[in-house]
Ligand binder design. Structure first.
Ligand code: SAM
Length: 329
């Protein structure tokens, strides 16, 4: 017998381990609700869980238990067996700018499966998505056009920081923005809407630009940034691109950009910076899903200086994102 307090589930270290270990319960429950379209079914008002289960094609008891966990976590409200939307659950509705349903489904379906191979990926140094699906994320999205469109919509739902880019950065001296890997053009569209003197070129893989937003000052150009990048811009935007790739691959992309851009032109890299809290988490997602990485300001400065750019300044955006401006030198 010792005088030491027994360590058990009340011990704060053990509780912390339990919370971290159980994280997937909540993320998978959220995915199930998103996949079943529960938020859409509740759009016109609260529903008893049995009716909701019938409408969703789900088992009543199982759905109730999923919703009870989500309500505990602050997503949906559940009272007396009746479920309704709350502010967080609203984000799971389909359609509309900013919907997070596609993002939750991508995370819960493809990325969750990839994380199941994290251990072997860490041992081998390969990315877990490739270990799981036999090909890289962007090849997979190309081969599965429905999932590709869902991914593009999920990226477009980054509206929280997209909307602040047109004001955060001074576009007054800019003539033409090339959005490299611009997805469906949501961010570029918001820059063009806010700055009527700016022309936009959306540069991405062919299947992606097919579903791009329409805008009279937006030209879509298909291409592969590992081969070459379209010329004609004085500001080249890389929003959430470089974190998808290794340093060697980023050097190739930036060198291709340097060939396309005139001296004095700018690159606007939109990324989170280590050691931020979101960046630290996103870095493991990149390790698992793309084989890329999040980086510190110094690491971006080094990539830029090796490819003929100079990091000039960092402008903070919401959700830990930044515009990292580099000038062609
Ligand atoms: C993480 S998404 C970012 C999309 C958008 N810039 C944003 O911030 O929401 C990466 C984008 O890079 C594009 N991409 C991937 N490989 C590419 C390549 N080799 N050439 C051109 N675009 C590519 C993808 O199609 C996708 O739209």
């Amino acid at each position: 017998m010792t005088d030491e307090a027994p360590s058990g589930p009340t011990d704060s270290g053990a509780r912390r381990i339990q919370e971290v270990a159980m994280g997937y319960y909540s993320s998978q429950a959220l995915y199930v609700a998103a996949e079943l379209g529960i938020a859409d079914l509740l759009e016109s008002g609260p529903m008893p869980v049995p009716d909701l289960a019938a409408a969703a094609g789900a088992d009543e008891d199982s759905l109730f238990r999923i919703l009870r966990l989500l309500a505990r976590d602050g997503v949906f409200e559940l009272s007396g067996g009746v479920a309704c939307l709350n502010q967080a659950a609203e984000q799971l509705k389909t359609g509309g700018q900013g919907t997070m349903r596609d993002l939750v489904v991508i995370f819960g379906r493809e990325f969750y499966r990839a994380f199941g191979e994290l251990l072997s990926a860490v041992r081998s140094g390969d990315d877990a998505f490739r270990v799981t699906f036999g090909r890289g994320l962007f090849e997979y999205l190309k081969e599965n056009p429905d999932r590709g469109r869902a991914f593009d919509r999920a990226m477009g739902a980054g509206a929280v920081f997209f909307n602040s880019v047109p004001d955060a950065y001074n576009f007054a001296p800019v003539t033409t923005v090339v959005d490299v890997g611009g997805g469906n053009g949501t961010l570029l569209g918001s820059i063009l809407a806010a700055h009527p003197h700016v022309e936009g070129i959306l540069f991405d893989a062919a299947p992606v630009i097919e579903s791009a937003v329409a805008h009279p000052r937006l030209t879509a150009v298909a291409g592969n940034f590992f081969n070459s990048i379209v010329e004609g811009g004085d500001a080249y935007l890389f929003s959430r691109i470089l974190h998808d790739w290794s340093d060697q691959q980023c050097l190739k992309i930036l060198a291709n950009c340097r060939r396309a851009i005139d001296p004095g032109g700018r690159i606007l890299v939109i990324e989170r910076l280590l050691p931020g809290a979101y960046a630290t988490a996103a870095d493991v997602n990149m390790l698992a899903v793309t084989g890329g990485r999040e980086r510190s300001r110094e690491e971006f400065a080094a990539l830029m200086s090796r490819t003929g750019f100079e990091l000039r300044r960092v402008i903070p955006l919401p959700l830990e994102y930044n515009v990292i401006e580099g000038a062609a030198v």
